[in-house]
Design a protein around this ligand. Structure first.
Ligand SMILES: Cc1cc2nc3c(=O)[nH]c(=O)nc-3n(C[C@H](O)[C@H](O)[C@H](O)COP(=O)(O)OP(=O)(O)OC[C@H]3O[C@@H](n4cnc5c(N)ncnc54)[C@H](O)[C@@H]3O)c2cc1C
Length: 384
């Protein structure tokens, strides 16, 4: 691009930061407006496995693949699938060298991207309150402090409840019928040894009764535990009072499950956080609006059941940056980016929706076993 455009990115999640970083590798500056007050203002969540074709491709474009490999946890590729009685249905050891989807703690990945950006690129504590895109003229952000920012390009990388998306689309995330609980166990090799052994070094899925308990080993001696249950929307709010009441009501949904699996829910070191799972319609897309686009969850929020959201957000960021660098005309760049984005996101969103339904169906254990077995080369060793 001959004259660099002014680029305002809303949201310093993995997608927005990847965009800023890859733009930077092409010598294009951008500014990221982030609601959080600082990089450590909020827990960044658990572990992610980065796919060769998406997350890793984005890191390669960002020039950060080697650093990623150093931070990744190859042993995190171990996979266990259990029944509700904690019996092993499938056990796949971590592939040699971590395989093609190495695990990394989300906080480490975000730190890697942040450290690769010039100081001042991210404006912390600058929430975007509104965005306007006049038919003639440049899009404008209004920040929470009342200030305004005009830019040639505004990118909504602001996640599920994007403030930028309404400029492009009327779509809103819809509750999937599934609510997840999110809890942490700390210092597990000392304080929760039996649970650490049950979970292993990677991911453990226990499925049954149209419910799930998923536990993932993280770095720093932590385990992250997710419960998944089918409950009406608002169930979380109704239970919102005391954390103990929420844990008890959740546990009541796993009455005859093995004690160790129940302990994964009750023994967390912090109160459980409930996360209703929402998704945008599969195939969400929009008509071109000059100077505005979306990436990541803002564009294609989907359930976590395909392990694709963060990977795609990063790939979106890398591809958008590449398109901007390759075109003199910004609109041509956005058209190229969105033309590839829409079908890619649709495929992943459809898979994620199908997995959510399948894993939490009466036949969920068999469906998960067949899917995992097809993904793991040596699963036959220990599959029944
Ligand atoms: C339990 C769970 C497990 C998951 N596991 C996986 C997995 O294994 N693999 C995978 O690929 N994906 C996974 N995902 C999905 C993944 O977390 C998301 O798809 C990914 O984080 C999306 O990245 P993003 O950059 O688009 O948005 P986000 O990570 O949501 O980042 C958006 C950023 O925008 C900021 N923001 C929001 N509003 C504003 C505003 N108005 N002004 C300024 N800033 C704003 C937010 O503070 C945030 O920093 C999981 C999700 C969940 C809930």
């Amino acid at each position: 691009m001959s004259t660099a455009p002014t680029i305002a990115i809303v949201g310093a999640g993995l997608g927005g930061l990847t965009l800023a970083r890859v733009l930077r590798t092409h010598g294009i500056a951008s500014t990221v407006y982030e609601r959080d007050a600082s990089p450590t203002a909020r827990d960044q969540g658990g572990t992610l496995d980065l796919d060769e074709e998406s997350g890793q491709r984005a890191l390669s474009a960002a020039g950060l693949l080697e650093e990623f490999r150093e931070l990744s946890r190859p042993e995190g590729g171990e996979l266990r699938l259990l029944g509700k009685d904690a019996s092993t249905v499938l056990h796949s050891p971590a592939p040699e060298g971590g395989g093609d989807r190495p695990e990394i703690d989300r906080s480490a990945l975000r730190g890697l991207l942040l450290d690769s950006l010039p100081r001042g690129t991210v404006r912390w504590g600058r929430a975007v309150r509104a965005v306007a895109a006049p038919p003639a003229g440049r899009p404008t952000l209004t920040l929470s402090d009342g200030g305004t920012v005009e830019a040639d390009l505004v990118v909504g990388a602001d996640g599920a409840w994007s403030r930028v998306r309404p400029l492009l689309s009327d779509a809103v995330p819809v509750y999937s019928g599934v609510t997840m609980s999110d809890g942490r166990l700390e210092d597990v090799d000392t304080r929760h040894r039996a649970l650490a052994e049950l979970v292993g070094h990677g991911s453990m899925f226990a499925l049954g009764d149209e419910r799930a308990v998923v536990a993932q080993r993280n770095g720093g001696g932590r385990i992250r535990v997710y419960g998944a249950v089918k409950v009406p929307e608002g169930w979380a709010d109704a239970e919102g009072a005391a954390p103990e009441a929420v844990t008890k009501r959740l546990l009541d949904l796993f009455p005859d499950w093995d004690d160790a699996l129940r302990a994964l829910i009750t023994d967390t070191d912090d109160p459980l956080v409930l996360r209703p799972v929402h998704a945008l319609p599969v195939g969400h897309r929009w008509d071109r609006v000059p100077g505005v686009t979306l990436l990541g969850d803002a564009a294609h929020l989907m359930s976590p059941f395909a392990g694709a959201g963060a990977n795609l957000a990063m790939l979106d960021g890398a591809e958008l940056a590449g398109a901007i660098a390759a075109h003199d005309d910004l609109e041509a760049a956005l058209t190229r980016y969105e033309t590839a984005l829409f079908p890619r996101a649709e495929t992943a969103a459809a898979l994620s929706a199908a997995n959510l339904i399948g894993f939490l169906s009466p036949d969920g254990l068999r469906i998960a076993r067949d899917l995992f077995a097809s993904h793991t080369s040596n699963s036959g060793d220990d599959t029944r």
